[in-house]
Design a protein around this ligand. Structure first.
Ligand SMILES: [Zn+2]
Length: 301
């Protein structure tokens, strides 16, 4: 077994680790096996390396409709795919998928190419919707409960896996990058509501798609959670400094970079900076800490 095909076992859950620590564009895929059924959560790119020894499952659960989370779905054409009803449109067609991102025409051609060639985007008309509170019974005491956790996308969900009370957090990934709310279908305030709700939950372990895998104690979770959440305030503080003394446009704000680092070579960086920082600007204007001093130019109050 190569390093890229590592697995970790936690009772009913097997974590199929992605290469390079599950860093984007890869991620960790979660296999949940019960006495009667089994399912796979978020088949990542790493599943392609496992294509000669794929675990047999009865269904696929997608925590949300994003390229890195469905890159391995196409390896399972004959089992049902499930996704929250709010994100399900993304599986209907590439056009609808592009609406979720809303990255705009500048990068569209290249983004479509990547979605199809690299992430194996596969439209499917019969994806089965789930909702908050739905439960997948896998036999015995093994079950997976859906917790709607919007903000990253409209339909992102956590999965509470019993009996070990492992909470799968999808892209609330507790990374040092911080929360991602850069899509047309992202929402900063929903993300914060989701973070509030997460803090109040008391599972026995926390699992993420990227980087971390599984955290088994509350102290580790809280340290990561606090740092992750603080990135929202950090971005807002840096924006306030940038708007101190000189009125700036959204173009200038996006070019300055508050989400990605200046050297990060990411195709959708401009779209994500704009969408994310426009939400910060809007609420800072509403709160009075920033004013629009002339059309499209903003200054710290
Ligand atoms: Zn995502």
């Amino acid at each position: 077994m190569t390093a890229e095909l590592e697995e970790r076992h936690y009772d009913a859950v097997t974590v199929l680790l992605g290469p390079d620590g599950g860093r984007y564009p890869d991620g960790n895929t979660f296999l949940v096996r019960g006495p009667e059924e089994s399912l796979l959560i978020d088949p990542a790119l790493g599943m392609l390396d496992r294509r000669n020894a794929l675990p047999a499952v009865d269904r696929i659960l997608n925590s949300h409709c994003h390229e890195d989370h469905y890159a391995g779905n196409h390896l399972y054409p004959d089992v049902p795919w499930h996704c929250h009803e709010a994100d399900i449109e993304g599986f209907e067609s590439l056009e609808k998928m592009l609406e979720i991102y809303g990255y705009g025409p500048v990068i569209e051609e290249e983004w479509i190419r990547r979605l199809v060639e690299k992430y194996h985007y596969t439209p499917r008309a019969d994806v089965v919707p789930f909702r908050d509170g739905d439960v997948f019974e896998l036999g015995g005491s093994v079950r997976v409960r859906v917790i709607h956790a919007p903000g990253h996308t409209r339909g992102q969900c956590f999965f509470w896996i019993e009996p070990q009370d492992m909470l799968y957090l999808a892209d609330v990934d507790l990374s040092s990058f911080g929360p991602y709310y850069g899509d047309a279908w992202s929402d900063l305030e929903d993300f914060e509501t989701t973070l509030d709700a997460l803090e109040a939950l008391a599972p026995r372990s926390w699992a993420t798609f990227h980087h971390i895998g599984v955290l088994e104690d509350r102290e580790s979770f809280e340290a990561r959670y606090t740092r992750f959440r603080s990135m929202i305030g950090d971005r807002e503080r840096r924006l306030l400094e940038f708007l101190d003394g000189t009125p700036r446009s959204l173009d200038e704000i996006a070019a300055h970079r508050f989400i990605y680092r200046p050297g990060d070579d990411v195709l959708f960086v401009d779209a994500v900076e704009r969408r994310s920082m426009a939400m910060h600007l809007e609420r800072m204007c509403a709160a009075g800490s920033v004013r629009e001093v002339e059309a499209g130019r903003f200054l710290r109050s």
